[in-house]
Design a binder for this molecule. Structure first.
Ligand code: SF4
Length: 351
């Protein structure tokens, strides 16, 4: 089991469930826009938010963000120990640095001292693309070298009596990422923040993240995740939640089951399944509720018999079924509304 740290009130490691984080992409100086994004992310299911503090000018905005954010805020810092310290003093719940680019060991020590004084955990984040020169010529695979780089930093932190650590070692290659995290998992007991960096657009980034993060989580590796997409960060949360729900690592919420459609399909099932998914995405339930959207009444109810609720279509009707048993029939044009209503009633989420 990994050690336990806390980012604000979110526990990471120990027995805590895998948490979801994201990063804002609005200018930090524009605290209103950034807070609006954080609120949207929180609503979607994000638990921890990272905000970059690129320069001294953004500190005023960063302070306002911390004061009003519904989520614990992690400061993302590059190159500047002074900014890291000021972000901690401003109330950051955590900071992310690459100790290799923060200006030498003495400066790192000053950051450790500030973090210790304010009980703020530090993520040691090493990326394959930004390894320091001294690691570039070491023998071994890139993954091994990344782990070596992290372990040197961990040793330095430990020598300075700082154990409030979490670790990430990301690469844009899925294979390299998975190999590096596997090695890291064996090498230490600090919680791991998983992600595939620069993963790409919604389509390619989702595929890469599901493969990289998903295969590690299946092996029991990883304590908190960030899906990186070149998109609105709210999209990242949808993918992250789906990964966790699919792997049984997140209770509750609605799981959509839908058939691929075929020549038996007589309605626009693709659009209907999308609508159902969208309208049920924010429902919070204590246990998972599965909802099926199936293209024909011949095979649909049977194929989705495990679903809590579902609908299957003939040419004229939509047949709503519950645990495989038909409970009512509706016209196709009112099918989505009625199904959503029944799920809301079933989950007690109808207001
Ligand atoms: S449920 Fe019916 S419409 Fe959907 S793929 Fe199966 S046979 Fe085709």
């Amino acid at each position: 089991m990994k050690r336990e740290i806390f980012i604000g009130d979110v526990g990471i490691g120990g027995n805590h469930p895998v948490s979801i984080q994201s990063m804002t992409n609005t200018p930090t100086g524009d605290s209103e826009a950034t807070l609006a994004q954080i609120r949207a992310l929180a609503l979607a299911g994000c638990q921890i938010i990272r905000v970059s503090v690129p320069d001294g000018d953004s500190l005023a905005g960063f302070k306002k963000i911390i004061a009003h954010s519904p989520l614990p805020v992690v400061a993302d810092i590059h190159f500047d120990a002074g900014l890291a310290i000021k972000s901690i003093e401003a109330g950051a719940a955590g900071i992310r640095i690459n100790p290799g680019n923060i200006g030498g060991k003495e400066r790192v020590k000053t950051v450790l001292q500030a973090a210790r004084d304010h009980k703020v955990p530090i993520r040691i984040g090493v990326n394959a693309g930004s390894l320091e020169k001294k690691y570039l010529h070491l023998n071994g695979s890139k993954a091994e070298v990344m782990v070596q780089s992290v372990m040197d930093k961990v040793k330095f932190f430990e020598d300075n009596d700082f154990l409030d650590i979490k670790i990430s070692l990301k690469s844009s290659s899925v294979r390299e990422t998975v190999t590096a995290y596997r090695l890291m998992d064996k090498a230490c007991d600090y919680p791991l923040h998983l992600g595939v960096t620069e993963a790409g657009t919604i389509f390619s980034g989702t595929v890469k993240s599901v493969l990289g993060i998903g295969s590690l989580l299946l092996e029991g590796i990883g304590n908190t995740i960030r899906v990186s997409l070149t998109a609105d960060p709210v999209e990242e949360i949808g993918v992250a939640l789906e990964i966790l729900k699919t792997l049984g690592l997140r209770d509750g919420g609605v799981e959509i089951i839908s058939c691929p459609t075929c020549s038996r399909t007589s309605v626009d099932l693709i659009a209907m399944a999308r609508q159902v998914e969208k309208r049920l995405a924010s429902i919070q339930t204590g246990h998972k509720v599965s909802v099926a959207v199936m293209g024909c009444e011949v095979n649909g109810p049977g194929e989705a018999r495990e679903a809590d609720l579902g609908i299957a279509f003939s040419q004229r009707w939509g047949y709503i079924f519950k645990k495989g048993k038909m409970i009512e029939k509706v016209a196709p044009e009112s099918a989505v509304n009625r199904l959503v209503e029944l799920v809301q009633l079933e989950t007690g989420s109808k207001t």
